[in-house]
Design a protein around this ligand. Sequence first.
Ligand code: AP5
Ligand code: MG
Length: 192
Amino acid sequence: MNIILLGPPGAGKGTQAKRLETEYGLKQISTGDMLRAEVAAASETGQKIKGLLDEGKLVPDEIIIAMIESRIEQPDCAKGFILDGFPRSTSQAVALDDMLQKKKISIDAVILIKVPTEELVQRISQRVGDDGTRRADDKPEVVRSRLEIYESQTKPILPYYEKDGRLKQVDGLQTISDVAHSIDTILNACNN
Ligand code: AP5
Ligand code: MG
């Protein structure tokens, strides 16, 4: 089973993707985590994109699309994957469909986790990573910019997934376990 999780910064994409990984044996593919790993490793790509991540701006499509293409080919994705943070613009959504068509891979569910802006700001201001550190892009001014980019560049892809009935929505204001339950209900319906 292959899933796309959509939603604004702080909606809970990563939280839910990690649970789906454990419970369904799928692989989380978080473009944000992959990009932060490049920055931490100070790779050539990492050095190129550090400034964009720090400012909350989108990394160029060619970097992201190549990254996704090689990732989904890896054996640990054979049972299925969860895209977390990709696609993030109409051009990425179109590129993804082209790529999947060529590889004869289909997406079983596109799930939008909906959360109002005030709650997102609150959640991100309190988020601390597993290692006890805070993300460089979680500073209030960068969060504002990430939210604006979500509105202007990512939200416009919703009609792309809505038009063929692929888009399902869950209320992300529920507790983490209730969001998980709503996602399970969608996935169970896909399997039948
Ligand atoms: P990315 O890492 O994808 O960040 P994001 O989309 O801004 O989302 P977050 O990771 O902040 O939030 P989340 O939805 O995962 O929420 P979480 O589960 O942590 O991208 C970072 C950057 O990388 C981008 O700005 C861009 O520069 C670049 N990038 C990434 N992908 C790209 C692409 N495709 N193209 C170009 N550039 C790209 O939850 C948030 C908090 O809320 C946590 O503390 C959690 O515990 C809590 N929480 C979760 N669910 C609930 C709940 N139901 N109730 C209460 N609290 C909850
Ligand atoms: Mg995340």
